[in-house]
Design a protein around this ligand. Structure first.
Ligand SMILES: Cc1cc2nc3c(=O)[nH]c(=O)nc-3n(C[C@H](O)[C@H](O)[C@H](O)COP(=O)(O)O)c2cc1C
Length: 274
């Protein structure tokens, strides 16, 4: 049962925990009383830890964490607007990788950052599969190519705008445009019974992509790979996700062969102000 305890000597009754609780289960009877969970509120707690994290005085402990268990926000590490923009704009899709595997510890560190991505109701449904090795990855690319051949023949109205014919042609010439010789493919997956997990998986992969350069890694969304894993039986079998699980997205990961030296431009935003 989720409970909070308040250190009376530290609580300043500022109401931050009450205001920030996402499900509104913390209340203070008046400005002098201590915060407490409303009767029966425990079962609605989503264990997000906000009540502990927001208290500047370290006065609130929760059954999931005490203030001293949580790392502090380092104000001096916060990015300036210029650094944040540069950090986000300098992220690039990497399509040429060194022939070098990434060690498990580094991949775990990367996934460890991605697990801090937001998820609806803090359900944290995203799980990971790490596929490594040229042979296995080539088998998966081959399954995607089988799907593309089927699509070109049976559903050209979908295959043509997605340039599947060109991808297959390159494959036949020995060039893999599906996984691009990346040493690893990371697949985010979740139980099929959680349809809301699709958005959580996309956000987790975006976190992963943004964290990768700090570890010297490059990434690229594996969009064809992902769609084939949703629809093509041969791909589903080759990938072998746990029973009842569905792919939420896939990412190529490896050490980039080249660096980028300029920031490409993108379309001007189209905004409706109301
Ligand atoms: C959902 C999604 C799927 C993608 N799938 C692929 C893919 O299968 N292969 C690929 O080379 N790039 C893929 N990309 C990368 C885009 O082509 C790339 O983001 C875009 O060209 C902009 O380049 P940038 O990421 O360097 O800004 C995908 C991107 C997204 C968001």
């Amino acid at each position: 049962m989720n409970q909070i305890t308040i250190d009376e000597t530290k609580c300043k009754h500022d109401g931050a925990c009450v205001a920030e609780c996402p499900v509104g289960i913390i209340m203070m009877a008046d400005k002098k009383s201590l915060p407490k969970i409303i009767p029966g509120g425990e079962e609605f707690c989503i264990s997000c830890g906000h009540c502990v994290a927001v208290c500047p005085h370290g006065a609130l402990a929760h059954t999931i964490a005490r203030p001293e268990d949580l790392a502090e926000v380092k104000k001096e590490w916060m990015l300036s607007p210029e650094h944040a923009e540069h950090f986000l704009r300098s992220r690039r899709s990497i399509r040429a990788y060194k022939d070098k595997a990434v060690d498990r510890e580094t991949l775990e560190r990367l996934i460890g950052v991605a697990r801090h991505a937001p998820s609806g109701h803090n359900v944290q449904p995203v799980q990971w599969m790490v596929v490594s090795g040229a042979e296995k990855i080539r088998e998966l690319s081959g399954a995607v190519i089988d799907w593309m051949r089927y699509m070109i023949k049976e559903k050209p109205e979908i295959a043509t705008p997605l340039h599947m014919d060109g991808v297959v042609l390159y494959w036949e010439m020995g060039r893999d445009m599906i996984c691009r010789n990346a040493p690893h493919i990371l697949v985010a997956h979740a139980p099929r019974a959680l349809p809301q997990a699709a958005t959580d998986g996309t956000i987790a992969l975006a976190y992963l992509e943004l964290a990768a350069p700090s570890l010297g890694l490059g990434t690229c969304w594996a969009g064809y790979f992902h769609v084939a894993s949703l629809y093509w039986p041969g791909m589903k079998t080759a990938l072998g996700l746990p029973d009842g699980h569905v792919s939420l997205g896939a990412m190529m990961v490896g050490y980039p062969k080249y660096g980028f030296h300029r920031l490409p431009e993108r379309n001007a935003p189209q905004i409706i102000w109301r």
